[in-house]
Design a protein around this ligand. Structure first.
Ligand SMILES: *Cc1c(COP(=O)(O)O)cnc(C)c1O
Length: 401
C-alpha cells in the first residue's frame, strides 16, 4: 500500500499501532518458547500472556478468566454459536438478524441444513431492529440469540442491553459479535446481559490472526477446536503468543484513547458527512442517524456505481469501501443495504468511509475536496442522471447476465 495513502477503510482492517508492534517484537525473537513448557522460558511467556489477558479483560470490563484467545473474529463467532448449541442439545432454534457479518450469517445458514430453525430478524430503512419482532420470535425452544453490536457496513448500533433483557426472560443464551464495537463503545461485561462476546485484533490496531471471545463465568462452554488443554480447555492449540501480546497492548491503547479518540472521530466524520451532503446532490446517509458508530459513514450516491467511485478515489490515494461485494464480475449489492430496503438507484452507489484515531483533519479535507468532482464526472458519463426508471431498467439488464 502507498505509504501516504488516506486510509478510510478502518472497518475492514486497521494498521498495527507502532506500540503494539514494539510490544510483540521480543516474542517473535527472544521469547520463542511454548507457554505450556515447564522451563523458565514457559514461565516468562505465561506471564506475558497473563498481562495481555488482563488488558483485554479491562477493555471489556470482564474478569481475565472469562477471556479466551482465538485466531480471529470469525473463529469467535463460530465457537460461540457451536458452544451455545452443544450446551443445550434439546433446543433447536436460533435468532439472528439479516444484517450480520458472514461469520455469523453463513454459520446459521449451514445450521439450517442440519435441522436447526433460524429466525433472521429484519431491519428498517435506518438499519434498526424491531424489538417486537424479536419478542415474538423468542420461544422456550430458542437456544441462542446472536446479534451484532454494531454493523460493519453502516455503523448502526443495536440496543444490545434492551435485547439482552428480553433474551434472558426466555432463558436463551446471548452472543454478541462486537468486532466493530470494541474500542468504539465503552463496554462493561460486569453489568451486561451478554453471555458471549466476540472481538478481533485487526479491527483495533493489533495484527490479523488474533482475536478473543468473552465467555461469562457459569456459561456452559464446549470448545470449537479440540486438542490440548490451552485456554483452560476452551480453545486447543499452542497459543499465538506474539499475537496475544499484541492484542493485549492494542486493548490497553483502545481503553486509553476511547473517550478522546471517539469524540475526535465523530467530529471529523460529521464534518465529512455534512459537507458531502451539502455539496453533492442526490445523496443520502445509510444507517441510523443517531445510534451509530462514531467512525463510520455510509453514503449512497444515486445513479452511479460504487466501484467506479472507489477507483476514482484510489487515483487520489484515498482508500474507502463500497457497500457491495464484487463477486466474479457480477456486482452483487450488499446484503445489509438490501435488507434495509434501499432503492435500487442508491443500492449500487454506496460508499463507506471508516475513520480511526490516526485520521487527520487534512485527510478529511482532501476527501471533501475531490468527492464532488468525482461524482459529477461519473454522473455525466451516466445516461441515467436523474432518471430512476432508466437506471432501473439498465440495472436489471446488467444483473440478468
Ligand atoms: C471483521 C469482522 C468480523 C470478522 O473478523 P475476522 O477477525 O476478520 O475474522 C466479524 N464480524 C464483524 C462485524 C466484523 O466487522
Amino acid at each position: 500500500m502507498q505509504k501516504n495513502c488516506i486510509y478510510l477503510d478502518n472497518n475492514a482492517t486497521t494498521k498495527v499501532d507502532p506500540q503494539v508492534l514494539e510490544a510483540m517484537l521480543p516474542y517473535l525473537t527472544d521469547y520463542y518458547g511454548n507457554p505450556s513448557s515447564m522451563h523458565t522460558f514457559g514461565g516468562q511467556l505465561a506471564k506475558g500472556v497473563k498481562t495481555a489477558r488482563e488488558q483485554v479483560a479491562a477493555l471489556l470490563g470482564s474478569d481475565e478468566s472469562e477471556i479466551v484467545f482465538t485466531s480471529c473474529g470469525t473463529e469467535g463467532d463460530n465457537a460461540a454459536i457451536r458452544a451455545a448449541l452443544l450446551a443445550q442439545p434439546d433446543k433447536r432454534h436460533i435468532i439472528t438478524t439479516q444484517v450480520e457479518h458472514p461469520a455469523v450469517l453463513n454459520v446459521c445458514k449451514q445450521l439450517e441444513t442440519q435441522g436447526y430453525n433460524v429466525t433472521y430478524l429484519s431491519v428498517n430503512r435506518q438499519g434498526q431492529l424491531d424489538l417486537n419482532e424479536l419478542e415474538a420470535s423468542l420461544t422456550g425452544n430458542t437456544a441462542l440469540v446472536t446479534i451484532m453490536y454494531a454493523n460493519n457496513e453502516t455503523g448502526t448500533v443495536f440496543p444490545i442491553e434492551q435485547i439482552g433483557l428480553r433474551v434472558k426472560e426466555h432463558g436463551a443464551l446471548f452472543h454478541v459479535d462486537a468486532v466493530q464495537a470494541v474500542g468504539k463503545i465503552p463496554l462493561n461485561m460486569k453489568t451486561s446481559t451478554i453471555d458471549m462476546l466476540t472481538m478481533s485484533g485487526h479491527k483495533i490496531h493489533a495484527p490479523k490472526g488474533i482475536g478473543a471471545l468473552y465467555v461469562r463465568r457459569g456459561v456452559r462452554f464446549r470448545p470449537f477446536l479440540i486438542g490440548g488443554h490451552q485456554e483452560r480447555g476452551r480453545r486447543a492449540g499452542t497459543e499465538n503468543v506474539p499475537g496475544i501480546i499484541g492484542l493485549g497492548k492494542a486493548a490497553e491503547l483502545e481503553l486509553l484513547h476511547l473517550e478522546e479518540a471517539t469524540k475526535r472521530e465523530r467530529k471529523l466524520r460529521d464534518r465529512l458527512e455534512q459537507t458531502l451532503l451539502a455539496t453533492i446532490p442526490n445523496c443520502e446517509v445509510n444507517g441510523d442517524p443517531t445510534q451509530r458508530l462514531p467512525n463510520t459513514t455510509n453514503i449512497g450516491f444515486k445513479y452511479i456505481e460504487g466501484e467506479a467511485i472507489l477507483l476514482s478515489l484510489n487515483k487520489h490515494g484515498i482508500c474507502a469501501s463500497s457497500g457491495s461485494a464484487c463477486t466474479s464480475g457480477s456486482l452483487e449489492p450488499s446484503h445489509v443495504l438490501r435488507a434495509m430496503g434501499l432503492p435500487y438507484t442508491t443500492l449500487h452507489g454506496s460508499i463507506r468511509f471508516s475513520l480511526c484515531r490516526y485520521t487527520t483533519e487534512a485527510e478529511i479535507d482532501q476527501v471533501i475536496e475531490v468527492m464532488p468532482g468525482i461524482v459529477e464526472r461519473l454522473r455525466a458519463l451516466s445516461p441515467f442522471q436523474n432518471d430512476d426508471a432508466g437506471w432501473l431498467q439498465e440495472q436489471s439488464l446488467v444483473n440478468s447476465h
